[in-house]
Design a protein around this ligand. Structure first.
Ligand code: FES
Length: 110
């Protein structure tokens, strides 16, 4: 078992992630408000991220949330990927609130 560093480009934060836990579970360990409690099973899409660099193991995820084109661009569901190297990640889904994404509208949270 090892650790990889996941770097969040939106905030510049880094998080040590186990290579046995999926990315969402490691993010939850931050204990931060706003980490969504979704299906944790690749079906709801709230944990969507874009992997900009590094490698990860990808488990089955809903095509409704991550299309083939998107997958080619690195989009993934955090609950369905396990880091296999250090990663650089952009938060796309509702977790953006917790990670202060520049794409989050403060009045609506969307
Ligand atoms: S928590 Fe539902 S897709 Fe990840």
């Amino acid at each position: 078992m090892g650790k990889h560093t996941v770097h969040f480009v939106d905030t510049g934060e880094s998080l040590a992630c186990s290579d046995t836990d999926n990315l969402l579970r490691s993010m939850e360990k931050l204990g931060r408000k706003g980490i969504p409690v979704g299906c944790r099973n690749g079906g709801c899409g709230v944990c969507k991220v874009q992997v900009l660099g590094g490698s990860c193991e990808r488990r089955v995820m809903s095509r409704a949330h991550v299309g083939i084109d998107e997958e080619a661009q690195g989009y993934a569901l955090a609950c369905r990927i396990i880091p296999t190297s250090d990663l650089s990640v952009k938060v796309i889904g509702k977790m953006g609130r917790a990670f202060a994404s520049v794409h989050t509208n403060p009045s609506t949270g969307e």
